[in-house]
Design a protein. Sequence first.
Length: 133
Amino acid sequence: MTTEQNVALVKAFYQHIEDNNYEAVAALCHDDFVFYSQVDKPLDLHGFLAQEKGNMDGYPGFTFRVHEAIAHDDKVACYMIFEGVNTAPIHDLAPTNKPVRFSLMMLMTIKDGKIIEKRAHFDHADISRQLQG
């Protein structure tokens, strides 16, 4: 795939997350998909989908946009902004009804036309402060 195709794949991946279409998200992922949140223990595709849906379900109507994407070979780096209001439970936590806006950096690796690895970096303490403040 070209770098332009890799960027389009990653943008489609995030559009499907924003559309709450996790079946389509899974279809864009390689069978050997691995997710690293920060530098935590990796999750497989099933674990990633469960965690991602559990997080996003707390923010009905959220936006999760790719603002910049840089591609080289099989890698796509993205600068993203998440915006939403926590009006539904997140996993086992009650909603706060507070708005949240934060940036993230993602590094995706593409193999055989699918996303095989996703690495996420964000400021978890910032999100917690916004939910508490």
